[in-house]
Design a protein around this ligand. Structure first.
Ligand code: BGC
Length: 499
């Protein structure tokens, strides 16, 4: 970081970009006292709006538990509690080469995973950025693009360096990590309930996405067998358990948010029709992002949350996710800023048009603002001047940082409520449990994990310390491969559930 005495200079971002910085010629010392007071008053208002008390958190947990229960009882509930047809934990002895295709919220990834046993593996991968157009075009075209990327990976990476010779009709097993809510009645099949995370590809909701993807695999004549359709949380659960057998719950806090855990088949009334051994356990993909959707009875939504919801491509849906996930936090903060611009509180006399477009304020900026180590908050100066062409006073910057903290903290505390509801349902509090967590918020947002842990203590008291989150293994790649391996073994031993 370089800053000249005149208040201009530059910051180097981790991305390699350099931000030019110009401080305003007058800083907070020159501000009229009334303006300073106004910022502090505003902050108090937002503190009230965004703060979750322990009592409120405990009420949310109770309502959450009821929703989980209902989802296990009957099909088509708000929190769908999807049985994934992944039965029990991996043995750690799963071996061999598996392909994983990961269609997440932002990127498409193709991986070759070599499982080596004893919790060890090797992974080779390629990543492709998805365009907004691809997310909204025809669904079959999206799956064709997935197959095309897989073909390039097989043709370049596999045939060249890996010594895997795909001749004579040999096919590689593939796990398809498709991280959107799908209802499943077998492991290699899944009907898309709804798109989330801003996706909206046509002709896909209500269809079997595994069948659609198979069609694309055939079109490109790919030497692979689609063994399993996997949610990223289920992959994370299995991959984390593969390396750390204490893991009982997995969560993703990224562009979207969700959790999976292992449930007893006997405690899932809606599965009675399958006549599965009652002693079996099955991984449940909760799809908890949908908690409180449509009804909006339990979550403390502010007017900014309501605007985010109503202007989204899926109003009323994913109510919990919209308060927590990386796709939305930046937008919530931007809406507060815009309100204060309209009220004449912020950026007086400056042109603020760059802040007026939806979703221009990235959640990564909240992370950067919270982790700015300088007294003058130089990172915040850089963000506002470089991306939005506005200059900030120190008082404004302190206000933005405090606001980011409120929004980030609320997200982490709500996440704690979700974890607590599963812990409490499964009776894990006394014995303790390890929660494998992944996603950009969890991995990159400063203090996100600490705030979840604090939240768990607020909910459960001292016993909350028995619940520890840890960075999970790559569920969408390694987890997908482990599930494909487990499925292959199950199919070979005639245990495949097909109705
Ligand atoms: C999806 C889930 C997914 C989560 C995290 C949510 O929007 O509905 O299926 O697990 O995002 O990627």
């Amino acid at each position: 970081m370089v800053l000249s005495r005149r208040g201009s200079g530059s910051i180097n971002l981790a991305s390699g970009q350099t931000l030019a910085i110009h401080t305003r010629t007058h800083d907070e010392e020159d501000l009229p006292h009334a303006t300073k007071r106004t910022m502090a008053d505003h902050l108090r208002k937002y503190e009230t709006l965004f703060t979750l008390t322990p009592q409120r958190m405990r009420m949310i947990v109770e309502a959450f538990k009821d929703s989980l229960e209902l989802g296990l009882e009957k099909p088509e509930q708000i929190v769908p509690m999807v049985p994934t047809f992944v039965f029990g934990w991996p043995t750690g002895k799963e071996l061999g080469d598996y392909l994983a295709l990961d269609l997440g919220g932002t990127n498409l990834r193709v991986c070759l995973v070599t499982l080596q046993g004893d919790g060890k593996f090797e992974i080779t991968q390629s990543k492709h950025r998805l365009t907004e157009e691809q997310k909204h075009d025809d669904g079959q075209k999206l799956f064709d693009f997935c197959a095309e990327c897989l073909k390039t990976f097989i043709d370049t990476t596999l045939r060249d360096d890996k010594g895997i010779h795909l001749t004579d009709g040999k096919k590689l097993p593939l796990g398809f990590t498709f991280s959107y809510p799908c209802s499943q009645d077998k492991i290699d099949h899944g009907v898309l309930i709804r798109w989330t995370k801003g996706f909206g590809a046509a002709n896909t909701e209500g269809n079997d996405v595994a069948a659609m993807f198979r069609k694309s695999l055939e079109k490109y004549e790919l030497p692979v067998t689609l063994e399993a359709l996997i949610n990223d949380t289920t992959g994370t659960l299995l991959a984390s358990h593969y390396v750390n057998p204490e893991t009982k719950i997995a969560c993703i806090f990224g562009t979207g948010c969700n959790a999976a855990y292992m449930e007893h088949v006997k405690d899932i009334p809606k599965m009675a029709k399958y006549k599965i051994d009652e002693k079996a356990d099955i991984a449940i993909n909760c799809e908890w992002g949908a908690f409180d959707s449509f009804e909006h009875e339990h979550l403390p939504r502010t007017k900014y949350d309501i605007i985010v919801d109503e202007t989204s491509n899926k109003p009323n849906e994913q109510a919990f996710e919209k308060l927590i996930s990386g796709r939305y936090l930046g937008e919530i903060l931007r809406l507060v800023i815009c309100e204060l611009i309209d009220e004449g509180v912020l950026f007086l006399g400056q042109n603020t048009y760059k802040l007026e477009s939806p979703y221009v304020f990235e959640t990564a900026f909240l992370s950067l603002m919270e982790s700015d180590p300088t007294d003058e908050l130089l990172m915040i100066i850089g963000i506002f001047s470089h991306f939005f062409a506005v200059e900030t006073t120190l008082a404004e910057r302190q206000f933005f940082r405090a606001l980011a903290k409120l929004i980030g903290k609320r997200a982490a505390r709500l996440s704690a409520c979700g974890i607590a509801s599963i812990v409490s349902r499964m009776g894990y509090l006394d014995e303790g449990c390890s929660v494998g967590a992944d996603g950009s918020l969890y991995n990159k947002y400063p203090k996100f994990a600490d705030r979840i842990h604090e939240g768990l203590v607020d909910i459960f008291g001292e016993k909350g310390r028995n619940i520890i989150t840890h960075h999970a293994e790559d569920g969408s790649g390694v987890g997908s491969a482990i599930i494909a391996a487990m499925t292959k073994v199950r199919k070979a031993s005639g245990l495949y559930v097909d109705l």
